[in-house]
Design a protein around this ligand. Structure first.
Ligand code: ZN
Ligand code: ZN
Length: 157
C-alpha cells in the first residue's frame, strides 16, 4: 500500500464517522451481516472498529483476544468503547466474532497487512511482504558472507 493509497483510506474512514453527544463514534458506512461497520482496505473488507483500535493503539489486539464493545453498540468505533477480552468471554457475552474479526491488520513489526504488502497463503495465513523481503535479504546477506569467508579462508590456507 502506497502512502497515497493509505491517505485515501484514512479519508474514506474518517468521512464515515459521526460523534454523538454522549461520547460514542458511530459508523455510518456499510455494515456486515452482524451489524459491525466494515470498510474496504486494499484487497478485502476489514472491520471498522478494528481499524479504529489499531489506529488508537498502534498494534493489533493481542493474539487470541477479541474486541468487545463495552457500550454494546456494534456500529460504535470509539476506541474508548472497545476492550480486549478473551474469546471465551466474548462468546459468553454473545458477540461472537466473525472470521474477519480475527484477521490481523498489522504484522508483528507493525506493517499494515493490506494491498501490495499482504500475501495470503492458501491455508489463510497472512504474510507481510516487507518482513518477508527483509528476511530473504538477511538470509542472502548471510549466505554471501559465508561464501566470502569460505573463499577467504580457502585462499589463506
Ligand atoms: Zn461506544
Ligand atoms: Zn512486516
Amino acid at each position: 500500500m502506497t502512502a497515497h493509497e493509505f491517505l485515501g483510506f484514512a479519508y474514506r474512514f474518517a468521512a464515515k464517522l459521526t460523534p454523538t453527544a454522549d461520547g460514542h463514534l458511530l459508523w455510518t458506512g456499510s455494515q456486515n451481516g452482524n451489524g459491525y461497520g466494515q470498510i474496504w482496505l486494499g484487497d478485502g473488507m476489514v472491520l471498522a472498529h478494528r481499524v479504529a483500535w489499531v489506529l488508537a493503539h498502534g498494534r493489533d489486539p493481542n493474539a487470541g483476544l477479541d474486541l468487545d464493545h463495552t457500550c454494546r453498540q456494534r456500529n460504535c468505533v470509539n476506541p474508548d468503547c472497545l476492550a480486549e477480552i478473551s474469546h471465551a468471554e466474548n462468546v459468553l457475552i454473545g458477540t461472537g466474532p466473525s472470521a474477519l474479526n480475527a484477521a490481523k491488520l498489522l504484522c508483528d513489526r507493525g506493517h499494515l497487512l493490506a494491498g501490495d504488502n499482504l500475501l495470503v497463503l492458501p491455508r489463510g495465513d497472512r504474510v507481510c511482504i516487507k518482513c518477508d523481503e527483509f528476511r530473504n535479504r538477511r538470509t542472502r546477506a548471510r549466505r554471501k558472507l559465508a561464501r566470502l569467508e569460505a573463499a577467504y579462508f580457502a585462499g589463506s590456507a
